[in-house]
Write a protein that binds this ligand. Structure first.
Ligand code: TYD
Length: 146
């Protein structure tokens, strides 16, 4: 079993908050800017986005050991289920100028994607499979909430 920092094992769904982002509005539409360290508590090292998610499909189903993410519904809407091993909450994202900060050590599932939705993720690290916990029982062990 990999060692984990106390901060990560003790993180809770209450550390995962909605961050209001800026919005520059003019007659030609809206623009939102996000800068790592300025608007987020970490530097952004990777951006990825989910799209063309078939109706009824679920994404996620894992936790990260060290990764911070800001999840934004850049288009459409979807739900994010957050689980810290003790408590769960569901957050609906449907506005491009609000993001959900997900701290390390949180199990997440993304579901109820609307047609044409785009899930934009600003991540603190490059892709590393070793940072994933993909087994829920292993996650519970990691969080010491067996
Ligand atoms: P995964 O993170 O499991 O997707 P989701 O949580 O959205 O269901 O990743 C799915 C696949 O994509 C997996 O084979 C790893 C790959 N992948 C990358 O190559 N780079 C990335 O930045 C991410 C997030 C995934």
């Amino acid at each position: 079993m990999k060692s984990s920092s106390p901060t990560t094992t003790l993180s809770s769904i209450y550390d995962c908050v909605i961050l209001p982002l800026n919005k520059t509005h003019d007659r030609a539409g809206n623009l939102t800017e996000v800068q790592g360290l300025k608007h987020l508590p970490y530097q952004v090292r990777r951006i990825y986005y989910l799209y063309d998610v078939p109706s009824g499909e679920t994404r996620g189903g894992h936790a990260h050991r060290t990764l911070y993410q800001l999840i934004v519904a850049a288009g459409g809407s979807f739900d994010v289920l957050l689980d810290d091993g003790n408590n769960q909450k569901v957050v609906t994202l449907n506005r491009p100028n609000y993001g959900l900060l997900v701290v390390p050590g949180i199990w997440r599932e993304l579901l109820e994607f609307s047609s044409g939705s785009v899930c934009l993720v600003l991540a603190s690290e490059t892709y590393q499979e070793s940072d994933y916990i993909r087994d829920y029982a292993e996650f519970k062990e990691f969080k010491c909430t067996l």
